[in-house]
Design a protein around this ligand. Structure first.
Ligand code: DLL
Length: 432
């Protein structure tokens, strides 16, 4: 099932032509209305009117989170504030918050793109969609809400938090699709188990999860525990919010809404494009945004483009699940470590639970990395030998994957902090 079949299954040559025309319009828009881009184009001698081919993209300047901060709050808006009907803001957990704006048309586009993502995941007008993302300055709640309404589903705007109430409503209102972060889905699933509720009391069929990285092992676990089809969807406030890319039911990568966004993968060090299909930093240019267009926005997210066609029939290319962020990368004793590398190893080992935390400390000027992993109760309380075995296996695998020694501590189930939004996996005490 498609939402916009003619766009989602577009001929690739037609797509390229559409992208070029939309990019030209976007360049004209920012050159005319955003002093920041006018200045950058001047410095780099980019003539926005002379732009003739998508191959010239590389001549355009990058935009970074710092540029957004420097222009706080409205400096990068391409329309006067009187044409802006909505403002969102990113949480600012890693620094000053940034602000993004939407015109009425932007809101309509946004709804249509989250409608695509919802439809690709299986949602139709017959579904009851429980949106357990926060509503507010975070884009998750409102973004998927408008799309679900457009699809014609019955939307429950419950927002995040209050886990027991979520479950009560999920049963009583016969929710068929759950929308939240994967870590919150897992918390809901664990709470169902803990409360001794039967899955038969629920009507769930689909789960649309995003806003944070998760692994295939975590998907399998959520699917099994909630008996649903769980799909991944991706977006970021600077570019729009959810609706940028999303999986279809094949669950083999996320289709990019390429008629609205241009994706490039670059090497974060050299800033040059990586060879096709290779992993690198995702860079996004918006093609239809009115209030807040961005040119070559450096997302810091790591992924690769999948060129092979998808059996679902969509011609929109896919990206692999986001494996981490360039700024998530820990440098421990000079070695680059991504949390996803650790997660993959932990989740392969029987007896562990998909909850972990990575703690980095500095003792006598030497970095020490410890991984806290939850294990199932029976092992935690009874099986010392099994515990030692698990610790040794994880240590060995981490040592061979990362090349550095890592402390491993097994902790009791549910002892690590749970989150109702994005999970916090890394505690870096070196900066304190
Ligand atoms: O998280 C938008 C969103 C809401 C996407 C709901 C999907 C669902 P921000 O708060 O600006 O926006 O955070 C964006 O979150 O750069 C990624 O690092 C991460 N992220 C988002 N989706 C995924 C995903 C929303 N599916 C940042 N997998 C992005 C991995 C994701 N990371």
């Amino acid at each position: 099932m498609y939402w916009h079949q003619e766009k989602e299954c577009i001929n690739r040559d037609d797509l390229k032509q559409l992208q070029l025309e939309r990019l030209q319009a976007t360049l004209f828009r920012v050159a005319t209305h955003v002093p920041f881009y006018r200045q950058k184009f001047k410095e780099l001698r980019v003539d926005p009117d002379g732009f003739r081919s998508l191959d010239e993209l590389r001549a355009l300047p990058f935009t970074t989170k710092q540029d957004l901060r420097d222009n706080y709050p409205y400096g990068l808006f391409a329309v006067p504030l009187r044409d802006v009907v909505r403002v969102h803001s990113s949480s600012g957990t890693t620094g000053q918050a940034t602000v993004v704006g939407y015109t009425g048309n932007d809101i309509k586009t946004w709804a249509s793109l989250t409608a695509r993502v919802l439809t690709a995941a299986g949602v139709t007008k017959d579904d009851v969609v429980q949106i357990a993302f926060g509503y507010g300055l975070f884009t998750g709640g409102f973004g998927l809400h408008y799309g679900a309404e457009l699809v014609g589903a019955s939307v429950i705007p419950i927002s995040s938090g209050n886990t027991r109430r979520q479950l009560q409503i999920m049963q009583d209102f016969r929710t068929t699709a759950l929308v939240c972060t994967p870590s919150y889905a897992l918390l809901l699933a664990d709470t169902i188990e803990e409360m001794g509720l039967s899955l038969n009391a629920f009507s769930l069929k689909y789960g649309l999860f995003g806003a944070e990285p998760w692994s295939e092992a975590m998907r399998q676990e959520i699917q099994k525990k909630l008996n649903i089809i769980a799909t991944d969807n991706y977006g970021l406030s600077e570019v729009m919010g959810p609706g940028v890319a999303g999986e279809c039911q094949q669950r083999q990568g996320l289709h990019v809404n390429e008629d609205h966004f241009l994706f490039e993968i670059i090497d974060p060090q050299t800033l040059e494009p990586v060879p096709p299909g290779e992993m690198g930093e995702l860079v996004i240019t918006t093609l239809t945004k009115e209030a807040f267009p961005v040119i070559r926005y450096r997302t810091r997210d790591l992924t690769r483009l999948i060129e092979e066609p998808c059996p679902c029939g969509r011609t929109l290319r896919r990206i692999e699940r986001i494996t981490g962020r360039t700024d998530d990368m820990l440098i421990v004793k000079g070695v680059n470590v991504y949390p996803s590398q650790i997660e993959n190893i932990i989740f392969e080992i029987e007896g562990t639970r998909p909850h972990y935390q990575i703690v980095v400390e500095r003792e006598d000027r030497i970095d020490k990395i410890s991984v806290l992993v939850e294990v199932v109760e029976s092992i935690f309380f009874d099986e010392m030998r099994k515990q030692r075995e698990i610790i040794e296996t994880i240590k060995q695998k981490l040592a061979s994957e990362l090349g550095i020694g890592v402390e491993v501590r097994l902790v009791e189930e549910k002892s690590l902090e749970r989150s109702e939004g994005k999970a916090k996996r890394i505690i870096d005490r070196r900066r304190l």
